[in-house]
Design a binder for this molecule. Sequence first.
Ligand code: GSH
Length: 213
Amino acid sequence: MAEYQLHCFAQSGNAYRVALMLNLIGADWEPLFVDYFHGETRTPAYRDNINEMGEAPVLVHGSTKLSQSGVILAYLAERTKKFLPPGDDGMREALRWIIFDNQKLSGSLGPYRFLKSFAKPRGDPAVVSFLKARADSALAIVDKRLSTRPYLLGAEPCIADLSLVGYLYYPAEEFGFDIAADYENIGAWLERVKALPRWAHPYDLMPGYPLPQ
Ligand SMILES: N[C@@H](CCC(=O)N[C@@H](CS)C(=O)NCC(=O)O)C(=O)O
């Protein structure tokens, strides 16, 4: 058995940020498939045995079981000293961006993409455009931040970067717009993260792609 197990699925940007970090740090890890599209996270078995919050990702490391990707990223950074935020205030600053991401960026872009490309039936157009506007507003904030530095907290990538890229490598067709092209500084930053050794695309890193028709 691998040292780390990650309950995840390919279409989840929330899970991808953890899978990506495990890969980038060269951890001994294995994915455990969560059948989200058939409702696994809503089953009593999942909630009783894997995560009472009914969400993926969940990281299992020996007797430690963690959910919430931001908590998992901080755990891995503290344990391995990799992708640790810089300076005395670094972890607080990283958490500021991670919470912003969870609520405003991934918290809008994730459901927007789900309702636009995966939900059956597709989402109500008014809800979809509400979420798109919120995602655009968050993307503009991140783009401005990246206009003056290569990574969110400065010269080096840290867990804040790994959190915020969570949804941004998925195909433009799934969003109906090209994030890297529309937001130039985000586009350049995505290329920098992509150039890190052992970077891999979410559809190559986690099980469940392509979705069965
Ligand atoms: N803030 C959480 C969000 C996790 C989350 O919402 N995961 C989705 C998959 S992408 C999920 O499992 N949703 C379950 C559901 O809505 O039933 C994190 O970052 O881990």
